[in-house]
Design a protein. Structure first.
Length: 351
């Protein structure tokens, strides 16, 4: 069957075809063309409540938090999203891009759910809707019970949900933070060590650090070692050492070791650090790619331009800045652009 989606107070009615209203309609039409939400019905809050009881939509996308609470009371088993209304998207120019991005993620998630419902059996469909209709606390308690229970399969599924596919769902991310914070508060040093290692994996996954061989100090204490990397992936010669925890080591004793080695004493700070560092690197690379692209565009227009005119430092210090780019320099610039962007550099600049 074709899933049904209610859009509640999302698109304002067009009274006059002014440029601003036509712009809003175009945005609304593009959303529905881009994301398959099954049978889409635009309605008011009152119409949603009245029709929803009879038609039982699979998904509801509304525009306000207070609407969501009212809809939840009437349609408790419906997957519910709160998006930015079309009017809200264009109410303040400075916030338009941010609100469009928010809606993009919401509609993308709703379209994915629509496809899952469409491909599921009736029993699976009910389970999917039941899960998406659960509250934050309901899901958290379910995951917490699975992780602390004796069923190894359920425990694995819960961890995979929090640390795998759940990464793209903000509620699962906060559940992970909440669960780890509770473990941090009540566990001993060995658990702290495992949490810190998991957080350093964030650095490795994001390309801001690499794992090194373990290190043992003069007191025979063993450490995990990590080398931080620069935006281009080269070693920075800045090493982080995470101490191995001893059996039954208390929380504060392990935290003291972290402080001694000038390491954040909370795994959440390490994750925030990794995210912040990756953003700095991405901003830097974005700026450098823009410079390289500008140089290659200028070179393509006029290959005779000198390095000085293009603002390029010679590959070799003895090269004349008044000469044009060498083949080695061109290859280097193109390879840099290829590595750090998705641009079709060959089509743009040749090879």
């Amino acid at each position: 069957m074709n899933p049904k989606t209610f859009l509640v107070d999302f698109m304002p009615s067009i009274t006059k075809e002014t440029p601003s209203q036509l712009k809003r309609k175009e945005y609304y039409d593009d959303l529905l063309k881009t994301y398959d939400l099954g049978e889409v019905i635009s309605c008011t809050l009152a119409e949603c409540k009245e029709r929803g009881i009879i038609e039982k939509p699979d998904i509801v996308i509304c525009a306000y938090e207070y609407e969501a609470r009212g809809i939840k009371d009437v349609l408790p088993d419906t997957a519910l999203y709160v998006a930015e209304s079309v009017n809200s998207v264009f109410s303040r120019k400075a916030e338009t891009e941010e609100k469009m991005e928010k809606n993009r993620k919401i509609f993308e998630s709703a379209a994915s759910l629509t496809q899952r419902i469409r491909e599921s059996t009736e029993e699976e469909r009910m389970q999917i809707k039941k899960f998406h209709a659960m509250s934050y606390n309901d899901i958290y308690k379910m995951i917490q019970k699975a992780i602390t229970g004796d069923d190894e399969n359920l425990r694995k599924q819960a961890w995979d949900l929090l640390w795998g596919p759940g990464e793209k769902y903000k509620d699962f991310i906060w559940m992970r933070v909440q669960l780890m914070a509770e473990i941090w508060e009540h566990s001993k040093g060995k658990t702290f060590e495992e949490l810190m290692l998991m957080s350093m994996e964030r650095h490795i996954d994001q390309g801001t650090a690499r794992k090194m061989d373990n290190f043992t100090d003069e007191s025979e204490l063993e450490y995990h070692q990590y080398m931080f990397l620069d935006p281009l992936g080269y070693d920075t010669n800045h090493i982080r050492r995470l101490p191995f925890a001893t059996k039954d080591q208390e929380r504060y004793a392990y935290e003291n070791l972290l402080e001694k080695n000038e390491i954040p004493t909370n795994y959440l700070r390490v994750q925030v650090e990794a995210n912040s560092l990756r953003k700095q690197y991405d901003d830097y690379l974005s700026g450098e790619c823009a410079k390289v692209k500008r140089v290659l565009e200028e070179w393509k227009k006029d290959p005779s331009k000198s390095k000085k005119e293009l603002g390029v430092v010679p590959w070799n210090k003895d090269d004349d800045v008044n000469e044009s780019l060498t083949e080695k320099e061109l290859v280097s610039l193109k390879d840099f652009l290829k590595k750090h962007t998705n641009a079709d550099y060959k089509e743009m600049f040749g090879r």
